[in-house]
Every structure is written in C-alpha cells, then in structure tokens.
Design a protein around this ligand. Sequence first.
Ligand code: PRP
Length: 210
Amino acid sequence: MRMLNIALAKGRLSDLSIDIFENAGIDTTELRNPGRKLILEEPKSDIRFFLVKPGDVPTYVEYGAADMGIVGKDTLLEEGRNLYEVLDLGFGKCQMAVAGPPEMKDRLNRFDRLRIGTKYPETARKYFEGVKGMQIEVIKLNGSVELDPLVGLSEVIVDIVESGKTLRENGLVVLEKIADISARLIVNRVSMKMKNEKISKLIADIKRQL
Ligand code: PRP
C-alpha cells in the first residue's frame, strides 16, 4: 500500500505531536532534529512527515497532499476546511477569547462599529457578526495583537489565551470566551477510504494514549 503522508505544525504543538507518534511505535529520531529538512521519511513505518506552518496544515490535508495532520482547533475554526476531525488529542489546551482593557467589560456591546485586532479574522467575524449580531471592523495582524488596544489600533482583540501571562503583563483581561481549543488529529476525506487500514491502525494506536 502507498505510504502515509502526515503534516505536522511547526512551533508550539510540534514536540507533543512528535511524542504521539513515538508512543505509537514510530521512530521519530529524524523528526526531532530535522535541521532545515521539510520532509522526514520513516521507511520502517512507511510514513513521511511534512513540517509546515500551523495555518497551512488543514490546506495540505484538504487537498490530499497530506493524508493526515495534527493542528490546533483555532486553525480549524479559522480555516473551515473540508476534512475529517477524528480525535481531540487533549494537549495544546487554550481558549479562543475576546480580550481587552478591563473597562471594556461594560462597553463591549455598546459600540456601533467595534474594531477588533486579530490573527483570526474569520473567527472574529463569525463570533461578532454571526453569534452576537454586531457591526465590527476586523484588523488582521500577524502577531503581538495584545499591543493593539494599548496603542489605539483596536478596542479589543480576538486571540488564543493559554496561561494568560501575555494578557496580564499588558494589563488586559478576557472579556468573553469564544471556544475551547486543543490539538486535533485530522484526516483527508479520500485518504480515509483509500488508505483506511493504515489510517485506522494509526488512529487506534494514538487513541490508546489518550
Ligand atoms: C500566542 C497568542 C498570545 C499568547 C498567549 O502568541 O497569540 O499572544 O500566545 O499565551 P499566554 O496566555 O500563555 O501568554 P504566540 O506565542 O504564538 O506568538 P505571536 O504573538 O507571535 O503569534
């Protein structure tokens, strides 16, 4: 049978994702020290790992370039891709939240056109326009969004909060929780049928660890 291609998010989730495969009996020595390599082959298990930016994992899996992947639920909510989300892996836990200065607590729902700084524009729109029925302006940024309310770029932010340290150290608080986030195992819809035996076995080996 053809080899299995797995997309992994570089960064925060990377080490814990590798642990999952190691505990499933896969040799991860190369994967732990990839250098600049983007494809790591594990011939014994007939698996190839791709190391990609977190936001791109669902894209590789939806198009079938990767059969499976591990990615944060925050990315899945934002990307809204057509794929199977098969397991909540229970690590990388955090919240998607609206945050801002404490005085925004009473004022949040009173803005005519609230400005929101975020790396997650779709998630912010779905929540404020879809769920709350508010008019907003989304200001898309690539990081350090906690800065926005402090310098007047936006009134609030939509971002992930893990320990809460970044908010605290910048005088901000969680105003509303949007969703619970954690790492998820995702599978391409066609691969699930075409490589079912291999994928099902790997899912079972991972499930046993949870
Ligand atoms: C994330 C997030 C917050 C921070 C939350 O940023 O955007 O800034 O972590 O974590 P905490 O609650 O434990 O402080 P990341 O570290 O990914 O960097 P970025 O701002 O460059 O995206």
